[in-house]
Design a protein around this ligand. Structure first.
Ligand SMILES: [Zn+2]
Length: 420
């Protein structure tokens, strides 16, 4: 096993503070954010008024549980009702740095802060440092992930190659020619790059990788680290930015020091005990987008161990356990049953359907099974595939099946991947 580059703690004062200090600082952040959102974000003001909450009474973390929860899955409807950001924006759209569209559709704002989505701590933890040349293989196109990681790396003093998605050969050649030492993107694409480089005899100098948007099974991590590349992961969303990240001790992801992350029991809505699954609900202190208690739809569990040998004091989330509802992440994008249904409604021939997600050699595979009345009519599968790819943003194979082939009540998105 090659020696891997060590990680670093970017901000010791913040990441290694005592639990009391942590609670006090997060509480102060909450108070400021609630006061600001009440002034600037009309929907927040209405929600607080409806709950009879005076923003001046929100002073510490103890007041958090009184604040109403907003569901991420409701954002498309809220944004359609009150465009463009559902009355949740803390500034005017023209005062933003960038505006994005994620599948849903959900529109995401970026404010002017250098590292708006707070990824620099996560990247430092993974071993990124000033002077690294970093290949960023996340998309810069409409969705924000590319810019999210880009901003974090540049805040650390890294230089970024904006690779984006696809064009494997070209990205590989570019990374080699420019001497990239870091990689950001999905783990499956990283593995493809490393494998291709070895096959083609192209010298890659990668030493560190920060991977997101996909599951990272330990088998894949081991395959990547066998190339001498430290590979750690983080978790965040397009609206909330970075929420948790791994340190080199692994064993869970530390909560980001500059946001509040709750793990709430799926039935009672009360804080879930360590080890118990719950929905991740986040509050961020971002002036441009002061999101209070946004329920992500992601299910996680608090790690039982509070302290970590790395020195960070923030609690850890022991990985992600799935999604509330039917959305499943495929190749880094959420695939929702409702979204597929809406597309298929445009095809009168289409009957019952399901999306089947499998995994072959560390790569996700998506197939849409669609029942049709007779044998496939000319070009129908291709037309459906094209319409679905445009909407869902993940290329999938369409299989036309005879009526009755899909059992009644079958899951709309059938995730058959096995992680080990
Ligand atoms: Zn740690």
């Amino acid at each position: 096993m090659p020696t891997l580059r060590p990680g670093t703690i970017l901000d010791r004062k913040l990441e290694c503070r005592s639990p009391d200090e942590r609670r006090a600082q997060l509480g102060a952040g909450l108070a400021v954010t609630v006061a600001h959102a009440w002034k600037q974000a009309p929907r927040v003001r209405r929600a607080l008024e409806a709950a009879r909450i005076d923003p001046r009474d929100v002073r510490s973390l103890k007041d958090l549980a009184r604040l109403p929860i907003t569901r991420k899955e409701a954002l498309p409807a809220l944004q359609a009702e009150e465009p463009p950001f559902g009355g949740l924006l803390g500034t005017s759209p023209g005062a933003l740095a960038r505006l994005f569209m994620s599948p849903g559709p959900i529109y995401d704002p970026q404010g002017h802060d250098g590292d708006f989505w707070r990824f620099r701590h996560a990247l430092a933890a993974a071993g990124f440092r000033k002077g690294d040349v970093v290949l960023n293989s996340a998309s810069y196109h409409l969705t924000p992930l590319g810019f999210m990681l880009d901003a974090g790396a540049r805040a650390l003093g890294c230089a970024v190659i904006p690779g984006g998605v696809g064009q494997t050969e070209l990205q590989l050649k570019t990374a080699a020619a420019l001497g990239a030492t870091g990689y950001m993107g999905t783990p499956s694409f990283l593995f493809q790059l490393l494998t291709k480089a070895r096959e083609a005899g192209i010298p890659l100098r990668l030493e560190v990788a920060f991977v997101v948007a996909e599951m990272l099974p330990e088998s894949l991590r081991a395959d990547i680290e066998a190339f001498g590349v430290r590979c750690l992961q983080g978790y965040g969303t397009a609206d909330l930015g970075c929420l948790t990240y791994e340190c080199t001790e692994k064993g869970g992801w530390h909560m980001h020091p500059e946001c509040i992350l709750e793990v709430l029991d799926l039935e009672s809505g009360q804080p879930a005990a360590p080890g118990q699954p719950g929905e991740l609900v986040a509050t961020i202190f971002e002036e441009a987008y002061p999101l209070l208690r946004l329920a992500t739809g992601d299910i996680g569990a608090l790690a039982p161990e509070a302290s970590c040998a790395c020195g960070r004091t923030a609690p850890k989330v022991a990985g992600l356990l799935g999604r509330v509802g039917d959305a499943v992440k495929v190749k880094g994008m959420f695939v929702r049953g409702g979204q597929i249904e809406a597309v298929l409604k445009r095809f009168p021939e289409a009957g019952r359907f399901r999306a089947v997600v499998t995994r072959e050699g560390h790569v996700d595979h998506l197939a849409y099974e669609v029942e049709v009345p007779g044998p496939g009519t000319g070009g129908l599968a291709e037309a459906i595939a094209e319409a679905l790819t445009a909407e869902v943003k993940v290329r999938g194979e369409v299989r036309l099946l005879a009526k009755g082939a899909i059992p009644e009540g079958a899951k709309k998105v059938d995730d058959r991947r096995v992680w080990k």
